[in-house]
Design a binder for this molecule. Structure first.
Ligand code: UVW
Length: 322
C-alpha cells in the first residue's frame, strides 16, 4: 500500500473550482477570459516587431532527440513518396511529369510543444466542468483540444524567467517555486503579472535537455523543476484569472509534490478544476534573451494548436511578437 494520499485528499473537498462558471457545456475554461479586448491589450505590447517561435524542433535525428514525458514517443516521420518512387514503373504518373514528396507521421499528440485538452487529466471520475471521465473512452468526447484549437489563443504574454532570477542557467532537478516567487521575479524584472495574462515561465529545462545531451542522465530519477502545489497558489491563479500557463518543462509543474508525493497535483487543481489551459515543452531561451536585453518582458502571444477532432492535445508552434 502506498503512503501517498489520494488527489482529493491533497486538493481538498472544497478545492477552488470554476466548474459551471461558463455554463454546463463549456469546453474552453479559463480561455474564456481571452476576449477581443484582451487581444487588443496584447497587441499594445508589440513595439519592435520581433517574432519568436516557441516550438521545439520535432523529430530531430541528432542526439539527444526530442524531450518527452516518460513512456511517450516522439514523432515518427516517414517518407511515403520521394524522387526514388519514380525509379520504378509503379510510380504514379501525372500529365506533365509532376513528381512530389509525401510524408506520413505517427506521434503522441503530447510528443512535442503542445496544448493539453482540458479533459487531458482527471481524478474521482470527473473531468473539467464535471464531465464524466467515461467520456474519454475510445475518443475524447468532452473538453477535447478541438474547442481550444477552434478558438486560438491570443493575448498579453508575460515571461517570468525563474532561472535567470535565481542566477542559474537552469533550475535543478525537482527545484520548486510558487506564486510568491513568481511575483518576486516579476518585480525584479520590473514587470507585473496582471489579470488575464498568459503566464510564460522559463526554468531553463529545455536548454538543459539539449546542452546535457544525455537522456539517460536527464531521465534518471526523473523530477522536473517547477511550480509546486499549495492552496494559496491555486487561489492566486483563480483570482488572477490566468487563462494559460506555458513553460519550458515537459509537465508544467514539479513532477512530484514534495509534501504529499502525489504526481502532478497542479494538473488537476489548475486544468481539471479551474480550466487553466496548459502548454508544455516550449522553447523560451531566445525570447528570454531578447527580453533580458531590453527589459521588456511582455508581448503579444499567439498560438493555434492543430484542430484534432477528439484530441487529448495538439502540437503547436506559438509565436511571441514583441
Ligand atoms: C501528463 O499529464 C502525464 O503529461 P503532460 O501534461 O505533460 O502532457
Amino acid at each position: 500500500m502506498s503512503d501517498v494520499p489520494a488527489m482529493r485528499e491533497v486538493l481538498g473537498d472544497d478545492a477552488p473550482s470554476n466548474w459551471g462558471k461558463w455554463g454546463p457545456d463549456d469546453e474552453l475554461g479559463s480561455l474564456n477570459y481571452l476576449d477581443a479586448a484582451e487581444v487588443l491589450r496584447g497587441a499594445q505590447h508589440i513595439t519592435s516587431g520581433e517574432t519568436f517561435t516557441l516550438q521545439i524542433q520535432m523529430g530531430r535525428a541528432e542526439s539527444p532527440g526530442d524531450p518527452l514525458w516518460p513512456g511517450r514517443r516522439g514523432i515518427e516521420r516517414k517518407n511515403e513518396l520521394d524522387e526514388s518512387t519514380w525509379d520504378t514503373d509503379a510510380a504514379p504518373q501525372f500529365p506533365g511529369g509532376l513528381h512530389y514528396a509525401d510524408d506520413t507521421a505517427l506521434m503522441f499528440l503530447q510528443g512535442s510543444t503542445q496544448y493539453d485538452a482540458l479533459g487531458h487529466v482527471w481524478y474521482d471520475g470527473k473531468l473539467w466542468n464535471g464531465y464524466d471521465a467515461r467520456s474519454t473512452v475510445d475518443a475524447m468526447q468532452k473538453a477535447s483540444v478541438l474547442p481550444i484549437a477552434e478558438k486560438g489563443i491570443v493575448g498579453r504574454g508575460v515571461l517570468i524567467d525563474m532561472a535567470r532570477h535565481r542566477g542559474k542557467e537552469w533550475l535543478d532537478k525537482g527545484e520548486t517555486f510558487d506564486h510568491t516567487d513568481l511575483e518576486a521575479a516579476a518585480a525584479a524584472q520590473g514587470v507585473e503579472i496582471l489579470p488575464h495574462d498568459i503566464l510564460v515561465i522559463r526554468t531553463g529545462w529545455m536548454k538543459y535537455w539539449y546542452d546535457l545531451n544525455d537522456p539517460e542522465k536527464f531521465y534518471d530519477g526523473f523530477a522536473e523543476p517547477g511550480l509546486t502545489y499549495s492552496r494559496e497558489l491555486v487561489e492566486w491563479f483563480q483570482s488572477n484569472e490566468i487563462p494559460n500557463l506555458v513553460t519550458d518543462t515537459i509537465a508544467n509543474e514539479v513532477t512530484y509534490d514534495p509534501v504529499s508525493g502525489v504526481a502532478l497535483p497542479l494538473h488537476c487543481a489548475l486544468m481539471r478544476n479551474l480550466g487553466v489551459t496548459l502548454t508544455e515543452i516550449a522553447w523560451l531561451d531566445d525570447l528570454a534573451d531578447a527580453c533580458a536585453a531590453d527589459g521588456r518582458w511582455t508581448f503579444l502571444y499567439v498560438a493555434a494548436p492543430l484542430k484534432v477532432v477528439n484530441g487529448t492535445g495538439a502540437p503547436v508552434n506559438p509565436v511571441a511578437i514583441r
